[in-house]
Design a protein around this ligand. Structure first.
Ligand code: SF4
Length: 308
């Protein structure tokens, strides 16, 4: 067990936060880390509690937030919460399946230059829909990817390789032809429904970037280092202020424990902005996308506010 003295100073400023505002989703993806699906409700945090949490994050130094779920756009107060975050001058990304975006949302995305992130699995509609569990999701997501590009919004697409019949390269080529510039590919993680694809211990499932100035608040108020590190709860905003949690001994001890485990990985490369070995494909000015091949993409070490 680490003492407070031993863990002091290991926790960087939390400059990036995921706002996991709902566990519900229209889709039912095979690998979903959150085990999302329709009908799970929107958690214990109400509108005012979310506003309080966002204000507290901003006050303690958070500059970047990502709305995520579940599917964040189906939360009944999604637009109001996005507007509130924008009013606090937070940089906003929305991680959405792009299945159903309203005209009000498109207006907000454009007005506040919201970054969009989405998942896409293959250029084969039938396989994509088998992965999401919903027929027609491929065509809806693809149509809205084109709308994002038409509106000139920043977009990154995440692909998760989980089946032998997924032609990732063909799908990347198709997206690139459409104009998508940022495409990340990751493996399935043994978290949530992903455990049905892969059994692994809770630390092996983590890419290793989750201790670099990040935190997530879930729809029930729990706080973790990362959306994937759900075995290591740091606190709950229904019981403590977020600043207390982020600066507390549990956060420090968990961060130290994870850093020690990551450093012991045989292929560990704790890169930073001064690293001469950086992958040229890695844009350190990008947002944290938890791509294990691109660890400088962290807001703690780099300056993602500098646009390309
Ligand atoms: S779209 Fe995302 S949140 Fe929804 S089920 Fe799929 S992986 Fe989970």
């Amino acid at each position: 067990m680490l003492t407070v003295l031993e863990t002091k100073g290991v926790t960087p400023q939390t400059t990036f936060a995921w706002l996991e505002i709902t566990p519900s989703c229209q889709l039912h993806c095979t690998h979903c880390y959150r085990e999302s699906m329709p009908g799970l409700g929107h958690g214990k945090l109400g509108f005012d509690q979310w506003k309080q949490a966002i204000a507290s994050l901003q006050a303690q130094g958070t500059r970047y937030v990502q709305f995520i779920g579940g599917e964040p756009t189906i939360h009944p107060h999604f637009c109001e919460l996005l507007e509130y975050a924008a009013s606090l001058d937070l940089h906003i990304e929305v991680y959405t399946n792009l299945v159903s975006i309203t005209s009000r949302m498109w207006e907000q995305f454009t007005q506040h230059q919201v970054r969009i992130a989405t998942s896409f699995y293959t250029d084969n509609p039938a396989i994509h829909d088998e992965i999401t569990g919903v027929t027609g999701s491929y065509h809806k997501t693809l149509a809205n990817i084109k709308k994002v590009l038409d509106r000139g919004l920043k977009l990154r697409v995440g692909m998760v390789k989980m089946r032998d019949d997924q032609d990732i390269e063909s799908a990347k080529a198709m997206l690139t032809d459409l104009g998508v510039k940022k495409i990340g590919v990751d493996r399935a993680r043994g978290v949530g429904r992903g455990t049905q694809l892969l059994q692994e211990d809770p630390i092996s499932a983590l890419c290793g970037a989750c201790t670099k100035g990040k935190a997530v608040i879930t729809a029930n108020g729990e706080v973790y280092n990362c959306i994937m590190s759900r075995s290591f709860v740091l606190g709950n905003v229904l019981q403590e202020d977020i600043a207390t949690i982020l600066n507390g001994t549990t956060m420090q001890a968990t961060t130290a424990m994870l850093n020690t485990a990551f450093a012991a990985r045989p292929d560990w490369h704790d890169c930073g902005p001064d690293d001469q070995d950086c992958d040229p494909e890695c844009d350190p000015k990008d947002w944290p996308d938890c791509n294990p091949d691109c660890c400088p993409a962290t807001v703690a070490d780099c300056e993602p506010s500098e646009d390309e």
